[in-house]
Write a protein that binds this ligand. Structure first.
Ligand code: AMP
Length: 583
């Protein structure tokens, strides 16, 4: 299989430019499209979004085929917006840096046309254009598309959404020498297909897993820990998320390697993925990740470009990236193809301002979440294993083969006792690790809290959790839609399996207790209680303070977990026995 740039039969100038740019591995769309367009150009439709490397996927083959000795336009790239137009020109210019005599010109609206007319007189071989401005230039006879052989429609769905259908038709009808049309689109609508039907012949389609560039359905959470506790926090988050299938992002290759090695030594199924590993090793890691032999990969941003997986449940930022834009690329690895996902960021108190910056870019509120304590981790794992046991379906012949043996050994053992033993075996290491674990939440003075809420907080319990299909964002949404409070009033949300906790300012607590307690969620009565009162705006320590003691709920949350809950059949009762399955 072709899986490195050097195995593509690209002209030498392009290979050199790729190496200058530091591209190490082709992205999935590049792997699929480039070999086809280099060796046997045909009409194609590429279903890929921005951030997937699609510009190079068509740009490299275009520049490979261009004949620089000819001083007329041979390639035309149409793009919906001026910004994208400029970006494409910039990218193409970089790819063509070593091709002598190559000119790539961009023409787009919103700037005086005269400068562009002047530039066109230098006879570029590649023109990148927005449809409106191109029509204008055609009408002024300032441009000729007579010799254009290759036409790329980039973000075709966006061009159609913006009402460029007629312009596209006019432009394509004005390309008499057009041999190949390459259409790229994030989505495949009837209208997009319509263009293909009208102007393309025998096209092939290539698609890659859609990047979730708008970050929809992502619950953005952040955890504040001191730098020295970063690794321990990561470990705790992993333990608190059994069943995770995720990508952990580090800033450097060295961190990816080190973090991964430390986790591997502790028994986690993870592997690094970074540029210091050769192509063969990286392919192997990807294979293991895809077949789920690995629960997580620890990757750098560059290496992660090669990940083409749809069902990633979590992205963890071990370190935030410098560029907020990079954050969205990372988080967009989860919640693809209509699924939801969680992006967790470990930040130091100083980096909270970076979170605010990213919030503005993503236009979503990030939820500050508590780093779980040892007892919470143990409880979470316990539930996970109980569920695993409940869901397990041993093969039919397994029961036949071992029935007698098992029966003989355990005939006299009480069922509960047996389950306890099984669970103990599963949890022993976790319990050892977390028996005396520290509180990792960094104390800091939050300006936001002082500004928004004054400085007295009340921690509330609600009898809804993950089992009700909630995550932090959905819980906040439910509360704000049920009672008249704004999302920024709710803070430090912790969503557990069956229940959740959140902070509200003292003067809102009474109102929320009274009104939210009258609501129903999916037909079930909502119960809200005061969990524990904390003073001082979250500045000092945790609401739940104190070290975990395994073996029973702590006083602070004893109420929600103690018996007599109005749950339909599940949860803990006093000493921690599991009562049955919940739906
Ligand atoms: P695009 O999806 O074309 O907008 O590309 C997004 C970004 O990825 C651009 O900044 C490209 O320079 C970069 N890029 C494209 N292909 C690769 C690659 N194979 N390796 C690393 N970066 C790439």
């Amino acid at each position: 299989m072709l899986d490195s740039f050097s195995s593509f039969p690209l002209r030498e100038e392009l290979t050199r430019a790729i190496s200058d740019l530091g591209f190490e591995t082709p992205t999935p769309i590049q792997l699929k499209v480039i070999p086809q367009l280099l060796t046997e150009p045909i009409d194609i439709i590429g279903l890929a979004q921005t951030g997937t490397g699609k510009t190079a996927a068509y740009g490299l083959p275009l520049l490979h085929h261009v004949d620089v000795s000819q001083r007329h336009a041979q390639c035309l790239v149409l793009s919906p917006t001026r910004e994208l137009c400029m970006q494409i020109q910039e990218e193409m210019t970089k790819y063509g840096d070593h091709i002598r005599g190559l000119r790539v010109t961009a023409v787009y609206g919103g700037v005086p046309i005269t400068g562009q007319i002047r530039e066109l007189k230098s006879h570029p071989q590649v023109i990148v254009a927005t449809p409106g401005r191109l029509i204008d230039l055609l009408e002024r006879k300032a441009i000729s598309l007579e010799h254009v052989q290759y036409v790329v429609l980039d973000e075709a769905d966006e061009m159609l959404n913006m009402g460029f259908r007629e312009d596209i038709d006019v432009i394509l009808k004005n390309t008499p020498a057009r041999e190949y049309t390459w259409l790229f689109s994030a989505t495949m609508s009837n209208e997009v297909r319509g263009i293909a039907k009208r102007f393309m012949k025998d096209w092939k389609e290539f698609s890659v897993a859609a990047a979730n560039s708008t970050n929809e359905n992502i619950d953005h959470q952040y955890f504040v820990a001191n730098h020295s506790n970063r690794f321990e926090t990561l470990r705790r988050l992993l333990d608190f998320t059994p069943g995770i299938y995720g990508v952990i992002f580090t800033r450097t290759k060295q961190d990816a390697q080190e973090v991964s090695e430390k986790l591997m030594k502790m028994g986690y199924h993870v592997s690094p993925l970074h540029g210091d590993m050769d192509q063969k090793m990286r392919s192997k890691v990807m294979e293991r990740f895809k077949n789920k032999s690995l629960q997580c990969i620890v990757a750098t941003d560059v290496a992660a470009r090669g990940i083409d997986v749809n069902d990633i449940t979590h992205v963890i930022n071990y370190e935030l990236p410098d560029d907020p834009e990079v954050y969205t690329h990372r988080s967009g690895r989860t919640a693809r193809a209509g699924k939801s996902g969680i992006c967790m960021s470990i930040v130091s108190p100083k980096q909270i301002s970076n979170i605010r910056q990213i919030e503005r870019l993503v236009k979503q509120k990030f939820h500050k979440s508590d780093i779980p304590d040892g007892a919470e981790v143990i409880r979470k794992k316990l539930f996970f294993h109980l569920e695993q046991i409940a869901k397990a379906e041993p093969q039919a012949d397994f029961a036949k083969l071992y029935h007698d043996m098992i029966h003989e050994q355990f005939a006299d053992v009480d069922k509960d006792e047996l389950i306890r033993k099984l669970i103990w075996l599963q949890l022993r290491e976790t319990i050892d690790a977390y028996q005396d674990s520290d509180d990792l939440n960094a104390g800091y003075e939050s300006k936001d809290k002082d500004r928004n809420f004054g400085n007295r907080y009340v921690r509330l319990f609600i009898n809804l959790g993950e089992k009700d299909g909630l995550n932090t964002a959905k819980l906040v949404q439910f509360i704000t839609e049920s009672v008249d409070v704004q999302a920024n009033v709710i803070d430090r949300v912790t969503v557990r399996d069956l229940s959740s906790f959140f902070n509200v300012p003292g003067d809102a607590a009474e109102y929320i207790l009274e009104h939210l307690g009258q609501k129903k969620f999916k037909g079930r009565k909502v119960r809200v209680d005061q969990a524990e009162q904390s003073q001082g705006g979250g500045g000092k320590g945790r609401d739940f303070g104190g070290k975990p003691k395994f073996g029973g709920p702590r006083s602070s949350d004893a109420r929600p977990y103690s018996g007599g809950r109005d749950r339909d059949g599940g949860g803990y009762s006093g000493g921690g026995g599991y009562k049955g399955k919940r739906k």
